[in-house]
Ligand binder design. Sequence first.
Ligand SMILES: [Zn+2]
Length: 151
Amino acid sequence: MSDIWNECIFDFRKIPTKCDNCGSEKVRYTTNDEVYGRIYGNGGCYICDDCKAYVGVHDTKNKLPLGRLANKELRNLKMKCHRLFDPLWKETKLKRVDCYGYLANKLGLHLRETHFGWFNKEYLEKSLIILNSVTYKDIQEYVIKRNEEKS
Ligand SMILES: [Zn+2]
């Protein structure tokens, strides 16, 4: 059986057993007051005892990670990406999924793996270059062209 995820570079749907940052197996589930000094959001996270990289969880029942365990450098890059990306759909009539679709297309990735929290340094930096020059019109044209190809 073919698995559509086989074609993906990034896949962070599973509970982490080793650190995505340093490769250590000393990854454990804990509460994020250990990171922030108080509980934020749902409070769950994974932390690496060797390099201190961490990641939050979707919810504290399934304990599934939001993405890769990240160090400060990756978290900063991710934040920069969101700062450029989020206004594209929050402050326009563009759909969020289409903005991700545009980015996935530019990066040569599948939509399902296109999450800033999943990207490594290379893809976050590639995203920043794309997002620094993208315009509303670029995405609008991408959506029109894509819909034409579908029909
Ligand atoms: Zn680590």
